[in-house]
Design a protein around this ligand. Structure first.
Ligand code: ADP
Ligand code: MG
Length: 363
């Protein structure tokens, strides 16, 4: 239904969309997730031509909408958009908000426009508010009116740009429920959202946007349960992390400790978690010293806001073998310290590179 090829968009010198290629099929629900500033809104705005793409092709039902002479109002009607900030007409009643565009732009007569508007208000649960003004509604109600108004234009596709971001948390679910209902009715939709659970259960496909691209895409299961790329993974698991490249045994441990403490404070980690982490870093690096002398190591601290897991990860260019699995009395004390301050220890070899992950005990 919608085909996008090599879409780019630049604002001045800044290339916001680098190369977007995708197709959205009839009846599909696509969720678009990703960090802010990665061009998600710009992508939707380019789709319905609120922003003019810098290059590339967009076709709807086989018709190239970027060609000169394309009917832009028609495109916007086919791909109607719901915004974060509702954008209702404040001086019009709810009913008039729904009827004004069909009457003025589609030439629908007043009576049929009103009949349809009432039907749509019923669909979003707001028939009794038909003669209210937007000011008299809660945020959740306003957004439901905005959705009904969008539907009044008989769109083939609805583009939602963070429809619940401006809402009180208590009102999020009433709006999501309406969008779920549209999904069940077979509406084609592209939804930019930060509501991960919603994205997961409402969509057929998920796009993770980053670096001006659809950086990774797949079914909700693929993207949420088994993301393939590191950036996607970090975003999904809400991982905050610091990484330091260590090339010699003479690295500045005090500076590293200070950075780690700062990181812990920023993530609101408890004092004991931070204390355990610092000890683990020191002991683990001690065991890695012979390897670091030969080849470098990357030390990362990963903290998942989602799961609360705090991990110390050491990546090496070569398979060092698990330094914590060596036998010998000389390191027995160190090993028992490390075991005491950690919850689990895992060593994996991937493509001949070694990765030690130590989950830090947080109490
Ligand atoms: P997202 O929706 O993913 O948060 P946006 O599409 O809003 O990202 O913005 C992507 C980038 O494009 C941002 O760096 C933003 O500052 C820039 N941008 C968006 N709109 C404009 C504009 N009209 N003029 C200049 N820069 C813009
Ligand atoms: Mg945005």
């Amino acid at each position: 239904m919608i085909k996008v090829e090599h879409l780019t968009k630049r604002f001045g010198d800044v290339l916001v969309l680098r190369d977007i290629n995708t197709e959205i099929r009839k009846g599909e629900v696509v969720s678009i997730i990703g960090p802010s500033g990665t061009g998600k809104s710009t992508f939707l705005r380019c789709l319905n031509l609120l922003d003019t793409p810098s290059s590339g092709n967009i076709s709807i039902d086989g018709v190239n909408v970027l060609e000169k002479g394309a009917n832009i109002p028609k495109v916007r009607q086919k791909m109607n958009m719901v915004f974060q900030s509702f954008n209702l007409f404040a001086h019009l009643t709810v009913l008039d908000n729904l009827t004004i565009s069909p009457i003025k732009l589609l030439g629908v007569d007043k009576k049929s426009a009103e009949t349809k508007a009432l039907e749509l208000l019923r669909l979003v649960g707001l028939a009794e508010k038909a003669s209210s003004f937007p000011d008299e509604l809660s945020g959740g109600q306003k957004q439901r009116v905005a959705i009904a108004r969008c539907l009044a234009m008989d769109p083939e596709v609805i583009l939602f740009d963070e429809p619940t971001s401006a809402l009180d948390p208590t009102m999020v679910s009433e709006v999501l429920a309406v969008i779920r209902r549209l999904a069940r009715n077979g509406m084609t939709m592209a939804i930019v959202t930060h509501e991960m659970d919603f994205a997961r259960d409402v969509s057929n496909r998920v796009f993770y946007m980053d670096e001006g691209l659809i950086y990774e895409e797949g079914t909700p299961q693929q993207v949420f349960e088994n993301p393939q790329k590191a950036k996607t993974r970090a975003f999904i698991h809400r991982i905050r992390s610091i990484t330091r490249h260590i090339t010699s045994g003479d690295f500045d441990l005090y500076a590293l400790n200070a950075e780690i403490e700062h990181f812990c404070e920023k993530q609101f980690l408890s004092r004991s978690a931070c204390h355990n982490l610092l000890l683990l870093v020191e002991e683990v690096l001690q065991l890695y010293l012979p390897h670091i002398e030969k080849s470098a190591a990357d030390l990362s601290i990963d903290y998942s806001e989602k799961t609360g897991k705090l991990e110390l990860v050491v990546d090496t260019d070569v398979n060092t073998g698990n330094p914590l699995a060596h036998e010998g009395d000389d390191i027995e004390l160190q090993l028992s310290l490390i075991r005491g301050f950690s919850e689990s220890i895992d060593y994996q070899v991937v493509n001949n590179r070694g990765r030690l992950s130590v989950a830090v005990r947080k109490v």
